[in-house]
Design a binder for this molecule. Structure first.
Ligand SMILES: Cc1cc2nc3c(=O)[nH]c(=O)nc-3n(C[C@H](O)[C@H](O)[C@H](O)COP(=O)(O)OP(=O)(O)OC[C@H]3O[C@@H](n4cnc5c(N)ncnc54)[C@H](O)[C@@H]3O)c2cc1C
Length: 289
């Protein structure tokens, strides 16, 4: 099913994001995790990332097609411009479409570790909006794109970043998924600025329940999101106790998700980090209300 058809039905759209397995041994456990989440929570769709630096392209394709075919879940493939030409992308899309994938999250992508900045490949695309234009012109798929409530790390200003987000929507993106954030004020302020800039598509909040302090500090450093002072304080108080950290992370995410839905967010996209417990706890609590 197309993701654009899931929106506008008066009910929030819930989705889970996974990264592809790093080796053959991780393939079946990951499919089992996704199958368990499916039976427990019935997400509307799942998405599979494309490793930083384009390092997992083949595994992304295999995972996304197996999830849709074998688990019967609508699956969205993340497609990046890193290290590939238009011809490479044409081949990948051909495989995805041939396997019945109808939803693509079109991204520029992050450069490989240690590469410094993003360098477009000759014969490839420099910005996500170029990839979106190419997909829109050549394929019958639903296209989503990324957006950044706190601004993209490389962007000179929030205004410029918003203008680039609008380019993606004008090129054909039918929905936007946000970078992770922990303060809902950033999301609502971004949505307001987007609406004022005539961006009308659904803006789906990306939620990452915190389960590990070092990990979330690394992620936020990389993507430029901030951890609100009060949340940071509570995480510090939890100290080295993983269960206490998880409890703080889940509680924050539950409150965050409830307030987002009450404030009119069209759904929730969970960054699961391939683990089910935290996402399961948060979404179950949110749905109970
Ligand atoms: C929901 C979500 C999922 C993600 N999944 C993945 C994944 O699977 N794999 C992965 O590698 N990364 C992923 N990322 C990270 C993303 O690839 C990085 O944030 C990347 O740095 C930017 O990608 P983009 O698609 O937003 O790029 P773009 O929209 O191209 O923007 C990148 C930068 O260029 C600027 N820009 C855009 N257009 C122009 C223009 N025409 N002229 C000048 N500057 C411009 C923007 O303001 C921004 O600063 C994801 C991010 C999100 C939010």
């Amino acid at each position: 099913m197309r993701i654009s058809e899931m929106h506008g039905r008066g009910r929030p759209v819930f989705s889970f994001e996974f990264f592809p397995p790093k080796n053959d041994e991780q393939v079946e456990p990951l499919l089992k995790t996704i199958a368990d989440l499916k039976s427990a929570l019935q997400p509307h769709f799942v998405s599979v990332t494309n490793g930083a630096g384009g390092s997992t392209r083949a595994r992304t394709l295999q995972t996304v097609t197996r999830v849709q075919r074998e688990l019967g879940l609508t699956a969205m493939a993340h497609l990046t411009c890193v290290g590939v030409t238009q011809d490479d992308i044409c081949q990948e899309i051909g495989t995805l479409v041939g396997e019945g994938i109808e939803n693509i999250l079109a991204l520029r992508g992050d450069p490989p570790k240690g590469a410094g900045g993003f360098e477009p490949t000759e014969g490839g695309f420099a910005h996500a909006s170029e990839l979106i234009t190419y997909l829109e012109d050549n394929y019958q798929v639903d296209i989503g794109a990324a957006c950044y409530p706190e601004g993209h790390v490389e962007s000179a200003s929030a205004e410029l970043d918003l203008a680039h987000t609008r380019l993606k929507v004008e090129a054909g993106a039918l929905f936007l998924v946000t970078q992770l954030f922990f303060d809902n004020r950033d999301y609502f302020a971004f949505v307001e600025r987007a609406r004022n800039a005539r961006i009308r598509v659904p803006i789906i909040p990306g939620i990452m329940p915190i389960t590990n302090v070092a990990q979330v500090e690394r992620f936020t450093r990389l993507c430029g999101a901030k951890i609100p002072a009060e949340l940071g304080e509570r995480l510090r108080s939890a100290g080295d106790d993983p269960a206490a950290v998880m409890a703080v992370g889940i509680e924050h995410a539950v409150l965050q998700c409830r307030a987002l839905l009450e404030g009119g967010a069209p759904g929730l996209h969970f960054y699961t980090l391939n683990r089910s417990f935290a996402t399961r706890s948060v979404l179950a609590a949110v749905r109970r209300v």
